[in-house]
Design a protein around this ligand. Structure first.
Ligand SMILES: [Cu+2]
Length: 298
């Protein structure tokens, strides 16, 4: 059978396809952005508030920013794998119709092609895995010694927090009336566990999600660049009221954080008293008084 009896794949087809891949992918990406902008222009604002758009909260920590960049990078790298095969299929459906191609070729197996489409996705997976694992490692390990350590306990169905350094604890009952306070621009290390079943502490704006598991301690850390009120949720199906296990975090300036500690009958550690006096005034921390009327047993 001579080569002229059927239409094969020519160099021109390859050139056409590469052009279609590039234009088609670009068109798809532009359409996605345009439809987002038409639906709600605020969705394209990188500092948008999730409470008003219900779409990907604005990142406020270095981890959340790294997660967002990695997300965009991953989407960009996997989009061609979605579009290119679809466009190739459509191209072949149009070009090799029965009318134009009476006697189809019977090609099977193409070793160079199979090596190509095995190696390229494998390389792409490695390219995606390297930054992802780097971020996972960062997520668990703060860049320096934490400024504040918080013990987080998941309960059915609320969250408890305890700050050992300040001997202050509180419960977030899920209504939003009792948020936990974190100081802005400070490394807050969270050590989480659970008293009964598995839960997960998840605040999207912080880029943090870690499981809290009975008998184990898992960690995450937050260093928020902005003050504000951030909402999260338990991310592990934990029982009947799982959906109401909200997380409320208020990130405040350092002075307001210390005021919160004092208002909640916490203790200012000795080495921070001078700083707290400078921030809140002398009367904020009562001087240490010895009650001389109290009898001391010999
Ligand atoms: Cu839960």
């Amino acid at each position: 059978m001579s080569a002229s009896t059927h239409n094969g794949f020519t160099k021109k087809d390859i050139r056409n396809l590469v052009l279609i891949w590039i234009l088609g992918t670009g068109f798809a990406v532009l359409t996605a952005f345009a439809s987002l902008a038409l639906y709600n222009p605020e969705l394209l604002n990188p500092t948008r508030d999730m409470a008003t758009t219900h779409w990907l909260s604005a990142p406020v920590t270095p981890i959340a920013e790294a997660v967002r960049v990695n997300w965009a990078f991953t989407i960009a790298i996997i989009f061609p794998f979605l579009f290119c095969p679809i466009m190739t299929l459509v191209y072949c459906m149009v070009k090799f119709t029965e009318k134009k191609n009476k006697q189809p070729s019977h090609i099977h197996e193409n070793v160079p092609l199979e090596i190509f489409w095995t190696i390229i996705p494998a390389v792409v997976l490695v390219v995606m895995a390297v930054p992802s694992y780097a971020i996972l490692k960062q997520l668990e390990n703060p860049p320096a010694k934490p400024d504040v350590v918080v013990e987080v306990v998941g309960a059915q169905y609320y969250w408890q927090y305890y700050f050992p350094k300040y001997d202050v604890g509180m419960t977030d009952d899920g209504t939003g009336d009792s948020p936990v306070y974190f100081p802005k621009n400070k490394i807050v290390q969270l050590n989480g566990t659970s008293n009964q079943v598995n839960h997960a502490w998840w605040v999207p704006a912080f880029g943090i999600k870690f499981d809290v598991i009975p008998g184990r301690i898992n960690s995450g850390w937050v260093k928020s660049r902005h003050t504000g009120y951030f909402k999260g949720q338990c991310a592990e199906l934990c029982g009947a009221l799982h959906a109401f296990m909200w997380i409320h975090v208020k990130v405040v300036e350092e002075a307001e954080f210390y005021q919160w500690v004092i208002d909640n009958e916490g203790t200012i550690p000795f080495d921070e008293i001078e700083k707290v006096r400078a921030l809140l005034g002398d009367e904020a921390v009562a001087p240490f008084e010895i009650d001389e009327t109290e009898e001391v047993e010999a």
